[in-house]
Design a protein around this ligand. Structure first.
Ligand SMILES: [Zn+2]
Length: 61
């Protein structure tokens, strides 16, 4: 897997950059923050609840 040297701004094969000699960090793919997942799930539940209320209100009349 190719890493990226932030000092030289170039891809690096291996753990140390051949140009500047700086150790290159493992590329990290940040997972989606749990707050976002919670927000999306909460919004979905809220919307389903509102639709359910609307449908039950419409069918009651
Ligand atoms: Zn470098």
């Amino acid at each position: 897997m190719t890493r990226w040297c932030t000092t030289c701004d170039r891809p690096v094969e291996g753990e140390v950059c051949e140009v500047c000699g700086e150790p290159v960090e493992e590329p990290t793919h940040e997972p989606m923050p749990w707050r976002w997942r919670f927000f999306i799930v909460a919004t979905a539940i809220y919307l389903i609840w509102r639709i359910y209320q609307l449908v039950s209100w419409l069918t009651r009349r």
